[in-house]
Design a protein around this ligand. Structure first.
Ligand SMILES: Cc1cc2nc3c(=O)[nH]c(=O)nc-3n(C[C@H](O)[C@H](O)[C@H](O)COP(=O)(O)O)c2cc1C
Length: 300
């Protein structure tokens, strides 16, 4: 997985910003009139007071574009090292993150854009060290190669402010079991909030034509402590994950996804697709490495 691995693949450049979707406002209205999936414009369902202040947001054609983006949000772990990420693309990606939902609208996140190649290299070194540590611990997890972090053109460190757990429902100064339950849920709310913002950013990057890489592998305390001073992150905050994006170095591949039948339940949970613990262990042993590193068409 080293850079420049002899592939004849030519990295594709991101779509130009004006990619033919046309002016969003014009598109919005023509979609609503002609092709909303219900056959009815969402505007006609809207409270007239609201529709004066909020723009209409969707329609079948926009959904089709969106689902194309969602399907083509694909992980790559090696990017074109020569590509320079325009500042504007960072701003566009983070604009999507900024609008994400969050518990109590707390927006408990910060985004550090890393442009200095030496800093990228230093962060990559932490990950490669972690990769080696995991191998020596015999975790049997198929840890990927993190060397590609050093040359990722788009590189954003995502920082969470866990102090905001206090903004979510819990009792004050109470260490009862009841409150532990609320605190645990508050932490989940916070993590889900930051994940929502991260996902929005990933989709925006995919919409610009980039491949992405969501990296969480160094949440451990030791790595946090090493990275904080490098990025001048206050002690109160947690470095949660890293988002890389850019044109891929080699042709990316679409990974296996579960079918709708396997994951969608109508009205009640259908146990048909509920694996036993034993089946799950077998899946981890025999399938996990394939679904992580192989094209969907090569999963038996
Ligand atoms: C919460 C989360 C954590 C992840 N952590 C890592 C990580 O630490 N290292 C890594 O290489 N990939 C990581 N990934 C990427 C997944 O491996 C990848 O999304 C998955 O294999 C599916 O591939 P796809 O993104 O191409 O659909 C993470 C993804 C998510 C959503």
């Amino acid at each position: 997985m080293q850079a420049g691995g002899g592939s004849s693949y030519k990295p594709r450049k991101p779509f130009p910003i004006d990619n033919g979707f046309g002016d969003p406002a014009v598109l919005r209205y023509s979609i609503h009139r002609d092709s909303h999936p219900t056959g009815k414009s969402p505007e006609s369902n809207m409270n007239p007071a609201i529709s004066k202040t909020l723009p209409a947001i969707g329609g079948r054609q926009l959904y089709d574009h969106f689902i194309e983006i969602a399907r083509n949000r694909i992980t790559t772990r090696q990017f074109d090292p020569d590509y320079e990420m325009p500042k504007e693309h960072y701003e566009m990606v983070l604009e999507a993150a900024r609008h994400a939902p969050s518990g109590a609208n707390a927006q408990p996140w910060h985004f550090i854009v890393i442009r200095d190649p030496e800093v990228k290299q230093e962060i990559a070194d932490y990950f490669v060290a972690e990769q080696r540590l995991r191998a020596s611990l015999k975790m049997k997890f198929p840890t990927p190669n993190y060397a590609g972090l050093a040359t990722a053109p788009g590189f954003i460190v995502i920082v969470a402010d866990f102090r905001y757990v206090k903004a979510f429902p819990m009792l004050k100064d109470d260490d009862s079991d009841l409150n532990k339950m609320y605190i645990e849920n508050a932490e989940r709310i916070l993590l889900q909030s930051v994940a929502a913002a991260t996902m929005s950013a990933h989709l925006a990057a995919a919409a610009l034509g980039y491949n992405v890489w969501w990296v969480t592998a160094i949440g451990q305390q030791k790595a946090q402590e090493a990275m904080r001073p490098l990025l001048k992150v206050p002690d109160e905050l947690a470095i949660l994950d890293i988002m890389c994006f850019g044109p891929p170095l080699k042709e990316p591949y679409k990974r296996w996804k579960k079918s709708p039948e396997e994951i969608i339940h109508w009205d009640v949970f259908d146990r048909k697709n509920f694996p036993t613990d034993e089946e799950l262990d077998i899946w981890i042993k025999e399938k996990r490495h394939k679904v992580m590193y192989k094209d969907a068409s090569r999963i038996d």
